[in-house]
Structure formats: structure tokens, C-alpha cells
Design a protein around this ligand. Structure first.
Ligand code: HEM
Length: 168
């Protein structure tokens, strides 16, 4: 039932004039993909720099609240750019993503990564020593940082994998 609705929606989306313009103007897809990838680089590196600081592998002499203030705020506007460029890629070739379970895995992982990143940002802004209170807290922080790195890598992998699992 849901597959039929998604199939019908994808078919309709492909007939819209915006989709037609994206499909027939050669430079649009590479340009949008380039912006998507540059945005991926910003979001991924910002999140991982904070994760590595939680592991005390990087910038150990800089307080964690300073690191989160420096790197996490940029993630939110750049995620909006990813949403817009991702939506344009979908409109240009709706079936490729909307009828592909890998795309939904990527969106699920992204929702999780957003919640985890927002939680890390909130924890440090509400209590600067949150992750340094005791040994247990430090371990939980390192676990959260490891999960964050794995989930962001999962999103990258799923983003690339869409191309190899598209509907026939
Ligand atoms: C915010 C919502 C997002 C949407 C709607 C979206 C959507 C898309 C779409 C439709 C594609 C093209 C897939 C294909 O046709 O092969 C794509 C590619 C990709 N996305 Fe996203 N994306 C989003 C966010 C992200 C994020 C947050 C990351 C990673 C941090 C990411 C990483 C990638 C990668 C690595 C590719 C492959 C690029 C390529 O090989 O050309 N995306 N995305």
C-alpha cells in the first residue's frame, strides 16, 4: 500500500516542470551534488572534531565548551543546505531515492545523529563540566562520541550506497 503511494508520488514528481528542468539541464545535478558534498564535509568534520575532543585525542588543552561552541553551531544551517540540495536531487530523479530502502536507512541514521548532536551541544551548554564530572561520565562521553562517529560514517556510506541499490 505504502509502496504504491510512494510509486505514484515519485511518478508524479518526475513529471513536474522543476524535475524536467533538473533532468534536462546538464550542469544542475553536478552543481547540486558538489554543494551537497561540500556541506557533508563541513557537517562531518565539525561533528568528528567534537567527538575526538571527547575522546581527548585532539585539542586536549582547549576546554570542551570552547570546542563545542566553535564547531557545533555551524552544523544546523549547513544541515538546511543538505536538506535543500538533497531535495533537489530527489526531485531530479525521484524513484532513485524514494523507492530505495537505503535512502530511508540514511534518513533514520540522520535523525539519530541530529538528536545525538543536539544532546551533546545541550549537555555542554547547560553544564560546562558535564562530561568531566567523574570517570563514569567520561566513559559515557567517549561512548557517545564513538556512536556519533559510527552513525555519521553510516550516513556517508548510505548516501553513496543509494547509487548501487536503486530500483531497477
Ligand atoms: C538532510 C537531508 C538529506 C537529504 C534529503 C539527502 C539526499 C541525498 C540524495 C537524494 C542523494 C543522491 C543519491 C544518489 O542519487 O546516488 C544524496 C547523496 C549523498 N548524501 Fe545526502 N541527503 C541528506 C543529508 C546528508 C547528510 C547529513 C550526509 C552526510 C553527513 C549526506 C551524505 C551524502 C553522500 C556521501 C552522498 C553521495 C554523494 C555522491 O556520491 O554523489 N547526505 N543525498
Amino acid at each position: 500500500m505504502i509502496d504504491a503511494v510512494i510509486g505514484e508520488f515519485s511518478g508524479w514528481l518526475a513529471t513536474t516542470s522543476l524535475s524536467h528542468t533538473i533532468q534536462t539541464t546538464g550542469w544542475i545535478i553536478p552543481t547540486v551534488q558538489t554543494i551537497h558534498i561540500l556541506s557533508v564535509a563541513i557537517v562531518f568534520s565539525s561533528a568528528v572534531l567534537v567527538d575526538l575532543r571527547l575522546w581527548r585525542l585532539l585539542n586536549r588543552d582547549v576546554p570542551l565548551p570552547e570546542i563545542t561552541r566553535r564547531f557545533l553551531p555551524v552544523i544546523w544551517p549547513v544541515l538546511a543546505v543538505l536538506l535543500i540540495t538533497g531535495a533537489l536531487l530527489i526531485i531530479g530523479e525521484p524513484r532513485r531515492s524514494l523507492q530505495n530502502s537505503t535512502f530511508y536507512i540514511k534518513m533514520g541514521l540522520l535523525a539519530f545523529a541530529i538528536l545525538l548532536t543536539a544532546w551533546l551541544q545541550w549537555s555542554v551548554s547547560s553544564s560546562p563540566n558535564f562530561w568531566d564530572k567523574d570517570r563514569g561520565r567520561r566513559l559515557v562521553g567517549q561512548l557517545a562520541a564513538s556512536v556519533s562517529i559510527l552513525v555519521w560514517c553510516g550516513i556517508l556510506f548510505a548516501g553513496r550506497w543509494i547509487a548501487y541499490t536503486q530500483a531497477g
